[in-house]
Design a binder for this molecule. Sequence first.
Ligand code: S3P
Length: 458
Amino acid sequence: MNASSPSVPPASASFHAPGPLAGAVRVPGDKSISHRSLMLSALAVGESVVEGLLEGEDVIATAAAMRAMGADIARGEDGRWRIHGVGVGGLLQPREALDMGNSGTSTRLLLGLVASHPITATFIGDASLSKRPMGRVTDPLGLMGAEFTASPGAGGSQCLPLMVRGICPAVPIEYRLPVASAQVKSAILLAGLNTPGETRVIEPVPTRDHSERMLRGFGADLSVEEDGQGARIISIRGEAELKPQAITVPGDPSSAAFPVVAALLVPGSVVTVENVGLNPTRAGLYQVLRAMGGDIAFTNERTVGGEPVADLVVRHSALSGIDVPPDVVPSMVDEFPVLFVAAALARGRTVMRGLEELRVKESDRIRVMAEGLAAIGARVEELEDGLIVDGTGGDPLAGGATVAAHLDHRIAMSFAVAGLVARKPVVIDDMAPVATSFPGFAAMLARLGAEIRPAQRD
Ligand code: S3P
């Protein structure tokens, strides 16, 4: 592997910008929508066709699990995925453990699906996923009647390997989410699909609403109301019949975040990122970057697959630090690692709080980013629930360190962006996790003019 063939990046690498970034790129399909496309199509009766599916490891894990439970899923030569579903209530007992790899979304949403089917399944995953808390879904699904045997994790949390014994009929519940989590909300709604009566989720803080939009699109009887305090009440009537759909998956705003921040930071850059999904429950980063002075134009605004989409034209900008309002956190929960990098180059102080959920993602993203940023010369202060960053005012970071990705794709990609604006190399110890959500990441940065160098071996 050398700097000119970046389609498969070396395991350990550094990223450099010899000059401005320029050009137009596309990012892969939205990860959240891709998972849901496969799951809901696998429960519909008839053939669904999905275009633009993210072909990353996380989504492939969902496809494999749905196949193991009876769905027929194939990728055509035209790049479209064709899925023949088994019907709601028709999932079969998998013969082997379901390997979820690194994917929390696959695990939590599928636990919901299995919970209201009369089948038993064991979920396993990699070292990162095996540390993540599952009690947040097994608690409500247990109230619906499913039974779980989990492995003990840190602080008594329920972790993988985890066995679920589903129940049919399950008991409909009304559940108020104790954490702002679209995965927990979705697990309960998916369990509710095959549960008689009405299952309700009360969401005090709105999170991404792809499940609601897509369940409705597939014909489920789902309604959303607001109570007086701004909480959303989502009700689904179970024992639904889902109708097959033709779905076009928009580009992932969480993946677009990396070329967008790179273009803002590398002097002289002008980059277009095409076909970016801008569902308001996902687009918080772009509002925050604009509030920091980022020149991001939304062009060619349109609707794709029921979601708002635009092409983003991004120019290098002098950013200023801000206090990020905690109420935007759910709409950009996956984008904080790369926002920390942007803040490290801004003028003045950026304060980001209300981020406790970042500690239970693929890694502890507050700790891992604070350590890595400090190692490459950024001034950061770690808080229990966030990070304070005092930026350089546009000067490059020192670099000259190896940072650990901790099996976390977004950590690896964030430090790739940091390397573009550092004097000495920022070596990422392991780029392999990037394949979970953004297989062509290195190739995309190379197309914009970045260089990828394999790390020197001792
Ligand atoms: C996701 C929800 C979020 C997000 C994850 C995808 C989803 O997780 O971090 O990448 O598709 O529902 P939480 O529900 O844990 O916030």
